[in-house]
Ligand binder design. Structure first.
Ligand code: ZN
Length: 163
């Protein structure tokens, strides 16, 4: 989306959004863009938008450089609804991958529940054989294990789970 600062032949200035500069050209040619003040279809791009900082200075420079320089459109970030529509499919894919990873982990490891810190410690110190386990650890347990140099990883939690 591009926002253009426009002005009609009566000198009214206003702003309008266009898909791109080609869409602007098409709509101007078909006289679909009219002045909201007087309704005149004789509309063209104004030299500057009021929001651009330092626009006064730049406007003068553009005017001095001739009409061709004034053609440069002012680009603005796309509106939020558009970006949400683009992110959704990727997010779905990401969630599917997370779910697969979680299912793989839980299928190939023993659930030891609250005993996770004990079991992890025993394995680390060679008291029992190494195997894949998963379970629960409080933040304090996790901190202790980490300080003892025991390697473990948090299970990926899906965004809609509350555990
Ligand atoms: Zn007008």
């Amino acid at each position: 989306m591009i926002k253009y600062a426009l002005a009609c032949n009566q000198g009214h200035s206003f702003e309008s959004w266009f898909q791109n500069s080609a869409a602007y050209d098409k709509q101007i040619k078909r006289k679909l863009v009219t002045c909201p003040v007087c309704g005149s279809p004789k509309v063209e791009k104004a030299l500057m938008t009021p929001q651009v900082s330092g626009a006064k200075k730049r406007g003068k420079a553009i005017a001095a450089a001739g009409p061709a320089a004034a053609e440069a459109p002012v680009a603005v970030p796309p509106a939020p609804p558009a970006s949400v529509a683009m992110i959704s499919p990727q997010e779905r894919e990401f969630r599917t991958k997370l779910k697969e990873l979680r299912e793989h982990l839980t299928k190939n490891a023993d659930y030891v529940g609250q005993k996770f810190p004990d079991e992890a410690r025993k394995m680390h110190y060679g008291e029992i054989e190494h195997r894949s386990i998963y379970g629960e650890a409080s933040p304090q347990d996790a901190k202790d294990l980490h300080e003892e140099g025991i390697e473990f990883h948090p299970l990926p939690v899906l965004p809609d789970e509350h555990n």
